[in-house]
Write a protein that binds this ligand. Structure first.
Ligand code: 5RP
Length: 251
């Protein structure tokens, strides 16, 4: 899964300033693309048949200290009308708005059941990235599963298999902020899959890379072909170009 929903609270995120230019070249290699309805309407041609994961939570921005005060921004009827394949909502376990976001999730799952729409929960940590350990993520993923989601997106962490073992629904991992090297990204994806994740929902480590197509091809090989880190690096090197993505995106 290709995550491109960051603008819902981060605005024109670096290298996602023009969503169409970033997303379109990557669509042929993505199983699913995660976006908001605004980006779906404006920046993804209906000619593409890549399944859409629609972000339906929001209500805060990076300017606010507390990112947890989210509500549901897009109705289930609208998700059905947009013909998306699933909807996604963030929960903020352990925050001031824990209850609110968990009740939002319950409501979304109820509506999803009514309309036949799968729901994915995202175990968001806002600005508190240090929260991403197996104890916290196990708790958050399990709570999401108990509320009835079909899929959970969380972060990779040490002892990740504990998170997977405690969560009776499939888990995909986010990439998080851009890592130092491509190898770090391949290791994250590879280890997450080895330890039980069913896939990734990755954004910045793909499209903030100077070679986003090479990155998505390499990650795709890890997910679909069980490629090793070395094989993924080889795919990346074979597909990278010398042309700067900055020029391509802003051309
Ligand atoms: C923001 C999100 C992002 O979609 C998520 O973090 C995945 O993207 P990245 O790999 O860039 O972390 O859910 O809340």
């Amino acid at each position: 899964m290709l995550a491109c929903d960051h603008g819902y609270f981060m605005g024109p995120t670096h290298r996602l300033e023009n969503p169409r230019k970033t997303i379109e070249p990557l669509l042929p290699y993505a199983d699913t693309v995660a976006v908001t309805r605004g980006v779906l309407r404006t920046s993804i041609d209906p000619k593409w048949d890549t399944p859409i994961l629609l972000r339906v939570s929001g209500g805060t921005s990076v300017l606010h200290e507390d990112l947890s005060d989210e509500g549901i921004t897009t109705s289930m009827r609208e998700a059905v009308r947009l013909n998306v394949s699933a909807v996604a909502l963030s929960i903020f376990v352990g925050t001031t708005h824990e209850k609110q976001t968990l009740l939002n999730l319950g409501k979304l799952v109820d509506e999803g059941e009514e309309f036949g729409m799968p729901v994915m929960a995202i175990t968001a940590v806002g600005k508190e990235l240090e929260k991403r350990d197996s104890r916290y993520l196990s708790l958050a993923c399990r709570i999401a599963a108990e509320i009835g989601v079909h899929l959970v997106k969380t972060y990779y962490c040490e002892e990740f298999s504990k998170v997977v073992n405690g969560c009776p629904v499939p888990i995909v991992v986010a990439g998080g902020p851009k890592l130092n090297t491509e190898t770090d990204v391949f290791e994250l994806a590879h280890n997450a899959l080895e330890e039980g994740a069913v896939g990734v929902d990755m954004g910045r480590n793909i499209w903030q890379n100077d070679n986003p197509i090479a990155m998505i091809k390499a990650i795709r090989a890890i997910v679909h072909e069980k490629a090793s880190v070395r094989e993924a690096s080889q795919i990346f090197n074979e597909n990278k170009t010398t042309r700067s993505v900055e020029n391509a995106i802003h051309a």
